[in-house]
Design a protein around this ligand. Structure first.
Ligand code: NAP
Length: 518
């Protein structure tokens, strides 16, 4: 194997190479070595201090409007380099163009959205939260809540499946808030994150220290956190548990946002006919969610619930769609679905599938068809599998195990209450989608599922052609779910800024409070 390029980290305002041997990133389809990453030997405490003191101060000196202009400039740089990003995604993530676009265009769209939202905040350095209220027996002493940018840094520890969007959906609200960012992408796909940061840093848009990237192992990162720092983690529930217990996080009350795994549901409402518009929308969405990014989306549909009498029709219709999904080398134009991200994930998905098969039967096995343009001994390509469980009350694994690949399980339910109960057995999910024609029933079910889901996506025939998709996270809506989904909350328009601000009550005379806007 030829020695591949070692990507530098950007830390402390400088490009620095790690001093270790590095981890080689590999093309999951061809098996070729691509680049190496290494975070060994970095002065993390020094880099973190630079980020807080130099990057943070420079960002806070700008108004929201000015920071929004920086975001707009970032979006332009990302757009200008889009073709390079697509090439990196294809090589490192094994994704077809449409799947790379979910990540790359999703990132650019999110940054652009926050650039526009900034205009609403104007030329201010803080946010006012509500009205001043009387504290004493007359109006001469009041309380006003303000939100000011946190003076720490925001550390992002990200998952492998969204190297582009995973960075920018967090960085856009952080930078708009005036908080500097250090991102540590998942090692497997760190290249795209690193390249985007490199392009933005080289374009000279941001003040020094505002945006850093550390690729490779996570050793020492959490130890370098200090009071007022923020930590945003996306990844598995197991790593999330380690992070919550980390001494620096516990001792310094580091504010933590966690986006973890989730066993999301799709529910076809009772009373819909097979082949009807709601049925068709449901079938289309289940098949699409299983195959987009090879099912490697935290929001993907893992459990699909249908009225018992529609089980067989739904199984046949979803299978018919999946049978059209050609799998293999994403460079081949006829291929619809590329690879899983690496051999480790391929094996984890295969193992998860075997576990689910302990209580499920296989309704559709895409692996019966050969891969296109890909050597099954090398390529981490796995065709979609639809599983079925006839008695979802008796089953447990299917409600617990998130198989992070092109796998979903179809299950019958008795009535709406039963469907809601089954969805809740996921113990807190990022998203549920519901499909039906009766607006009253849809609204009732949406509200019933709201406590256990970050987002409820409702598809009625009127929106079947234009809805934004079960699994697509839009910057206008919040992303994150309770319980096992991590309990985090991101995006949601300007709501995202809350994480990066400190809310403080100012108690003073009206004359003092009136000075605040000046
Ligand atoms: P992971 O193994 O938990 O890794 C996530 C990140 O944590 C990586 O950057 C990883 O670095 C880092 N990490 C690992 N051990 C660590 C430690 N002890 N201390 C600090 N950082 C550590 O998860 P993954 O396999 O990459 O991601 C897949 C999972 O993410 C899935 O379960 C998926 O559902 C979830 N996910 C959730 C969302 C969401 O928004 N809720 C979005 C995407 C993915 P290395 O790569 O260097 O090990």
């Amino acid at each position: 194997m030829s020695m591949s390029e070692l990507l530098p980290n950007h830390a402390g305002g400088q490009w620095v190479h790690g001093t270790g041997p590095g981890t080689v990133l590999v093309d999951p389809v061809l098996g070729d070595a691509l680049v190496r990453v290494d975070s060994g030997g970095l002065d993390l405490p020094g880099a973190f201090a630079f980020t807080r003191e130099v990057g943070g101060a420079a960002l806070r000196a700008l108004t929201y409007r000015a920071r929004g202009e920086l975001l707009a400039a970032i979006a332009r740089v990302l757009l200008a380099n889009r073709a390079d990003y697509e090439g990196i995604a294809c090589a490192n993530s094994g994704t077809v163009k449409a799947d790379s676009a979910v990540d790359i265009d999703g990132a650019i769209h999110t940054v652009s959205t926050y650039a526009r939202l900034a205009a609403q905040l104007g030329d201010s350095h803080h946010l006012v939260d509500g009205e001043a209220v009387r504290l004493g027996k007359d109006e001469s002493f009041r309380s006003l809540h303000v939100q000011v940018p946190c003076r720490g840094l925001a550390l992002f520890i990200n998952a492998f499946n969204f190297p582009a969007w995973g960075l920018w959906e967090k960085a856009a609200p952080a930078l708009l808030s005036g908080v500097p960012v250090i991102v540590k992408p998942a090692t497997a796909t760190a290249w795209l994150t690193q390249r985007m940061v490199r392009d933005v840093v080289d374009a000279g848009i941001l003040p020094p220290g505002a945006l850093s990237v550390i690729c490779g192992g996570s050793a020492g990162l959490l130890d370098a956190l200090r009071p007022f720092d923020l930590l945003s983690f996306t990844g598995s529930a197991d790593t999330a548990a380690l992070i919550r217990q980390h001494p620096a996080v516990a001792r310094h009350s580091v504010r933590v946002n966690i986006e973890a795994d989730s066993v999301n549901s799709a529910i076809l409402l009772p009373g819909e006919a097979p082949g009807g518009p709601a049925f068709d929308a449901f079938v289309k969405e289940v098949a699409r969610e299983m195959t987009v990014k090879s099912g490697q989306k935290c929001t993907a549909i893992r459990r699909a619930f249908v009225p018992a009498e529609l089980h067989d029709a739904a199984a046949a219709a979803i299978s018919a769609r999946l049978a059209k999904t050609s799998v293999g080398n994403p460079r081949n134009e006829t291929v619809r679905m590329g690879a899983l991200v690496n051999r480790t994930q391929f094996e984890a998905v295969c193992a998860g599938l075997e576990q689910l098969k302990q209580e499920a039967v296989v309704l559709h096995d895409g692996t019966r068809w050969p891969l296109i343009d890909a050597d099954p001994a090398i390529a981490c390509c796995l065709a979609p599998t639809l599983l079925g469980v006839r008695d979802p009350d008796a089953a447990s694994l299917v409600h617990e195990i998130e198989v992070f690949g092109p796998v979903a399980t179809l299950m019958p339910y008795r009535d709406a209450t039963h469907a809601q109960h089954l969805a809740r057995r996921g113990e807190g999910s990022l998203v549920a989608s519901i499909y039906g024609a009766d607006e009253g029933s849809l609204a009732a079910m949406a509200l019933d599922l709201a406590d256990s889901h970050g987002r409820v996506h409702v598809v009625s025939p009127a929106v079947a052609a234009l809805h934004t998709g079960h699994g697509n996270v839009m910057p206008q809506s919040i992303h994150g779910g309770p319980g096992r989904a991590g309990g985090g909350e991101e995006l949601g328009g300007l709501r995202a800024l809350g994480f990066y601000h400190r809310r403080t009550a100012l108690q003073a005379a009206p004359g003092v409070l009136e000075q605040l806007g000046r």
